[in-house]
Design a protein around this ligand. Sequence first.
Ligand SMILES: Nc1nc2c(ncn2[C@@H]2O[C@H](COP(=O)(O)OP(=O)(O)OP(=O)(O)O)[C@@H](O)[C@H]2O)c(=O)[nH]1
Ligand SMILES: [Mg+2]
Length: 211
Amino acid sequence: MLLGVDIAFSLGLVLVMSIINPQNREINCKIVYYGPALAGKTTSLKVLQDKLKKTKKGVVKKVPQTERTLFFDFLALSSKEKIRNYSTKFQVYTVPGQVLYEDSRKLLLNGVDGIVFVADSSIEHIEDSIRSMNELKLNLSKLGYQPDEIPMVIQYNKRDSKTAANLEELRKILNPDGLPDFETVAKTGEGVLDAFETVLSSVIFDLKKAA
Ligand SMILES: Nc1nc2c(ncn2[C@@H]2O[C@H](COP(=O)(O)OP(=O)(O)OP(=O)(O)O)[C@@H](O)[C@H]2O)c(=O)[nH]1
Ligand SMILES: [Mg+2]
């Protein structure tokens, strides 16, 4: 279950990416939804907001409002789980997918702890997803991250599209390394929470490792 993981954790730990705030006794982690324009990043974030409210596992502080994202959408999640008296908070961002906002996408990756890559499954948009995936890797390396350092999952979104590509084809093209991947329909919410919980578990696993 989301954040229902018991984590051994050293007090006073300073992590490279997650921000530990000893005064507030908080650990702040950053998750970024990355992907091409109109792939369904903002819709996925809205799904998270709705579903997490229902499970009462997190508190959503801000609701994404925009149709086309111009800089970013943002959700702040407060977990009720504690790690040795430290509360765990997650800041969840979506990047703007439109090609001209590359600088914003790079900026938003700064300090990232986990990534959900949202691909558009439609055949006519596969090139956009490939371009976005390559750009993501390039931006991460420009920011000084090792390629496999950041936990990442992939959403093959818009599985309801009449022109959705075959899953195995998408895997071959976008996921040669076998990252956790999910068939999603953000419009109905299908698969979105599973993807989010998986990246969250990986981020928490990394916290444990670093402790
Ligand atoms: N059919 C279908 N439509 C979807 C799905 N997910 C999102 N959409 C629609 O696709 C359009 C774009 O969705 P957004 O969530 O705004 O896409 P985005 O990735 O945030 O786009 P940018 O902000 O431009 O980067 C909207 O009209 C959504 O309703 C899906 O799974 N299936
Ligand atoms: Mg958006």
